[in-house]
Design a protein around this ligand. Structure first.
Ligand SMILES: Nc1nc2[nH]cc(C(=O)O)c2c(=O)[nH]1
Ligand code: SF4
Ligand SMILES: [Mg+2]
Length: 250
């Protein structure tokens, strides 16, 4: 499988789930490489913003920012290696993230099945952008989908970021919740339109601020918490930014 590479190893780490429905839960994170979207504010751009691609990113104007070499950022890892690495942490909860994990879902289904059979993992969450349909073998292994459909603020073309038949499926899955990344109060109109179009139950909606610094989270949380109170949506912080900072592997 293509795994994000961190200091020569697979990006697998033991931390506290910082976002969404399971915030606060101690979890092992496995970060897969590759994404089919290219959000301008993506904080894991080392999984997709390859040299030679035309995508723009908010960091383009930062001194020293350059696109990534696939070779340097991807670790090609087999199932045995991943089982071994994941079993080193004594934790039953796994979050698979990326990039977009469903891009490698055939291999992922095999890995997850083995993790359960060997009793290394009991609870499995997948972070997904909601543009790819889970195959049956994968769905069988997953306890929770943290679906994060991308809004206009992500800079992706509408046709790429909203795939109606896929969002329809997730809206009906009892395992799915929907986490929207909010940059400005006007994002609410778009979120409400998606909720209406796909019949997303409002108790499955979570609003989370965009931000990779405590200051930017604080600023957006002032209005976002009011929107959540008014509309009855669940609020999510990005707790790992406050606890550990904007770093990899935390
Ligand atoms: N602690 C922690 N919680 C997270 N929740 C979602 C994450 C992600 O990068 O997908 C993430 C992450 O990278 N770290
Ligand atoms: S969908 Fe997620 S991983 Fe992909 S570009 Fe957007 S924020 Fe980054
Ligand atoms: Mg992250």
């Amino acid at each position: 499988m293509k795994i994000a590479k961190l200091s020569g190893n697979a990006e697998i780490f033991h931390t506290i789930q910082g976002e969404g429905k399971s915030s606060g839960l101690p979890c092992i994170f496995l970060r897969l490489s590759l994404c089919n979207l290219h959000c301008t504010w993506c904080d894991t751009d080392y999984t997709w913003n390859w040299e030679g691609t035309p995508f723009s990113h908010v960091n383009d104007t930062q001194p020293g920012y350059k696109k990534f070499s696939k070779e340097e950022q991807i670790l090609e890892a087999g199932i045995e290696y991943l089982l071994e690495e994941i079993s080193k942490f004594n934790c039953p909860n796994l979050v698979v993230t990326g990039g977009e994990p469903l891009m490698q879902q055939k291999d992922l289904a095999v890995l997850l099945q083995a993790l359960r059979e060997e009793k290394i993992i009991e609870h499995i969450e997948i972070e997904t952008n909601g543009t790819l349909m889970p195959i049956a073998d994968l769905d069988l292994q997953v306890d929770q989908y943290n679906v994060s459909p991308k809004l206009t603020n992500s800079g992706n073309p509408d046709k790429l970021r909203i795939r109606p038949e896929i969002l329809d499926w997730f809206a009906r899955s009892p395992k799915a919740n929907f986490k929207f990344v909010c940059a400005a109060p006007k994002d609410l109109y778009e979120i409400e339109e998606l909720i209406r179009s796909f019949g997303i139950p409002s108790n499955k909606v979570i609003l989370m601020p965009l931000g990779t610094s405590i200051d930017s989270l604080d600023e957006r949380e002032k209005w976002l918490t009011e929107i959540c109170k008014n509309k009855g949506f669940r609020f999510s912080d990005r707790m790992h930014i406050r606890l550990f900072g904007n770093k990899r592997g935390v």
